[in-house]
Write a protein that binds this ligand. Structure first.
Ligand code: SF4
Length: 618
């Protein structure tokens, strides 16, 4: 029986069947027999999470612009449907043509967070694709992956055939062209991978050998074939106005996490927060012009009917023409009641004016991320925000009518003490005081404090630092629970066990591939979902694979240690990261190079950043 027919029978038995039906407005239908290359864009989470991801949407439409390519989507089936699939022998299939994944030329995973790795392995299993690259034959798809986690590809190095490092819009088309050319020959996948490894931005782990020291650290990573680069430099798009951007976004039938038109306004960030991987790996800063953005917004609203446009970037208020853009968009869309949302606003550059402007149309909760409770610790992490900045911003927001504020902090940051934790509670209460000052009472006020646990990430100044032990994470959360009790304040925290595993896989090496295999065999998947996450199963997997997770999470590294991810070159130099680490230890901030001199992070060698270019003109 065809997958389509079986679905008619079984979908009424599962929760949220529209996760698997496809056929949404603006989804692409092609005759699969008439295309030359078929790509399954796989997101290792459920439909509503994956469909909220901008990168997937860009690549889907970009690839489908080509007549000879058919890109389809596939998401991780929720456990109820997975059970039926396994019972009935339904292989993992694409949403568009309901084809088994094994029919595709490429299966491309988007790696947004480490705790989705178990879904990658489970999806491969459900697709009947061998887990390890070495076991695949010419009949199997080429399994590729990209996204921020690809900057440390090693925990998946034996599972993924090929990683795309950096921005994929150009590389993916180069890979397709190479594949078309390769298909003309009678050569197999190994030969294709050899040719692919020569494309800038492509990392094929099978062509690198890792040697270890006796203490288990990496000694060296060496290419094993001639012509393979020693390090793979990330790819960037230099001119964002000229790069493809989809305007006919798919409109889902069901609620998804971010169900709105997304306007990407710029890439990169120069703030230099020392814990933040995105701030380092997405450099340099490149912007789209106001004209371009206005045209895209207009087209998107016309073709989707969305009633909200979200301005996407790492730090929206850093967009150089934000006021102008907000004015143009609010004026243009006021009539049709299309609202604007500005996530990732920085509290120091948040302006009352802007808040009022957005509020004209829709009012949503405001989020601020001071990250640490004291000025000392904010200087350590280089979060250039003062308590005064925060209080002025929230006061402005309260005056403009807001009454819901979310405050994000991290616990376990390097050098954190209980005084810093006290500072978190103090700040939350000062926000309540600010409300009282503005409104005369605290009626209607809701302050939510959220903490996550610091995870040291590759290519950040804190990549050498240890994560605090699990017991200590719990102790610090308990401390805050006691401190943050009040009628207007609520406290929630991220599960420390998840942060621990995230720290393991963030800075892990190739030995973790066997842990992922064992974890899959134990049924680990959807680890980001608290009701599905089983820490015990993970610990069993580590034990059975003979791998000590604390070696990766809780160990601080000497400056001269070779890291598993050093085979990747993100543009930002190690020497800059070490300088930043030393300054952190002295609680010395580094000002944003946007408003100051260049600090020589190294990204200039990639060319194309507006901030870097302006320094060259100085
Ligand atoms: S190269 Fe200099 S100007 Fe460019 S992002 Fe790095 S520090 Fe800033």
């Amino acid at each position: 029986m065809e997958i389509k027919q079986i679905l008619d029978e079984v979908l009424p038995q599962v929760s949220k069947p529209t996760r698997y039906t496809g056929n949404e407005l603006n989804s692409v239908q092609k005759d699969k027999s008439k295309v030359k290359v078929r790509i399954a864009l796989a997101f290792p989470d459920v439909y509503e999470v994956g469909m909220s991801h901008l990168g997937l949407r860009i690549l889907y439409h970009l690839l489908n612009e080509r007549e000879d390519v058919y890109a389809e989507r596939v998401f991780a089936p929720w456990v109820d449907f997975e059970e039926i699939m396994r019972e009935r022998g339904i292989p993992l299939f694409s949403l568009e043509s309901k084809s088994p994944l094994s029919e595709f030329d490429f299966v491309g995973f988007s790696l947004q967070y480490e705790m989705s790795y178990s879904n990658v392995t489970n999806m491969l299993d459900l697709a009947g694709i061998p887990l390890f690259s070495k076991d695949r034959t010419d009949r199997d798809p080429i399994v590729i992956a990209g996204g921020p986690c690809a900057y440390n590809p090693e925990p998946l190095a034996e599972i993924i055939d090929l990683f795309v490092i950096g921005e994929a819009e150009e590389v993916i088309l180069e890979l397709v062209n190479l594949y078309l050319d390769h298909k003309k020959s009678s050569k197999g996948r190994i030969e294709f991978l050899e040719r692919a490894a020569r494309i800038p931005g492509v990392y094929v782990p099978a062509f690198y050998r890792v040697n270890y020291n006796e203490d288990g650290t990496v000694k060296e990573i060496l290419p094993v074939k001639p012509g393979i680069p020693e390090r793979v430099q990330k790819r960037i798009i230099r001119d964002l106005d000229r790069v493809y951007y989809p305007t006919k976004l798919i409109v889902p039938y069901m609620d998804i996490v971010h169900d709105r038109a997304v306007l990407e306004i710029f890439r990169g960030c120069t703030r230099g927060c020392r814990f933040c991987q995105a701030g380092m790996i997405y450099r340099p800063v490149r912007e789209k012009s106001v004209d371009k953005l206005t045209n895209i917004a207009r087209e998107m609203i016309k073709s989707t009917g969305y009633e909200e446009i979200s301005l996407a970037s790492l730090s929206t208020s850093d967009y150089s023409a934000l006021k102008q853009l907000v004015e143009i968009l609010t004026d243009e869309f006021r009539q049709c009641m299309v609202g604007l949302s500005l996530p990732s606003l920085r509290i120091d550059s948040f302006t009352l004016d802007l808040a009022r402007k957005i509020q004209e149309i829709k009012k949503s909760g405001l989020t601020f991320a001071p990250e640490a409770g004291t000025q000392r610790l904010r200087d350590v992490i280089n979060k250039g925000v003062t308590e005064e900045d925060l209080l002025n911003s929230v006061k402005g927001a309260f005056e403009a009518g807001w009454n819901t504020v979310k405050l994000y902090f991290m616990i376990g940051l390097p050098s954190e003490t209980y005084e810093d934790l006290e500072g978190i509670a103090r700040l939350a209460y000062r926000v309540v005081d600010a409300y009282r000052e503005v409104r005369g009472n605290t009626k209607g006020l809701k302050v939510t404090v959220s903490t996550s646990t610091f995870v040291p990430k590759p290519f950040t100044p804190f990549q050498w630092e240890a994560q605090i032990p699990l017991d200590e994470i719990k102790e610090r959360q308990r401390f805050l629970k006691k401190k943050l009790k009040g009628p207007n304040i609520s406290y929630n925290w991220h599960d420390g066990k998840l942060s621990f595993l995230e720290a393991v896989f963030s800075r892990g090496d190739r030995k973790l591939n066997s842990v992922l295999k064992k974890a899959r065999e134990r049924g680990c998947r959807f680890d980001g979902w608290s009701d599905m996450f089983s820490f015990d199963k993970w610990m069993e997997a580590f034990r059975e694979a003979g791998v000590n997770p604390e070696f990766y999470a809780n160990r601080s590294r000497p400056e001269d240690e070779v890291f598993p991810w050093e085979v990747i070159d993100p543009g930002v130099e190690k020497s800059f990261l070490i300088t930043e680490l030393k300054k952190a230890r002295e609680a010395k901030p580094t000002p944003d190079c946007r408003f100051n001199r260049c600090h020589g992070c190294g990204i200039m060698k990639l060319k194309g950043g507006i901030i870097c270019d302006s320094k060259n003109e100085d």
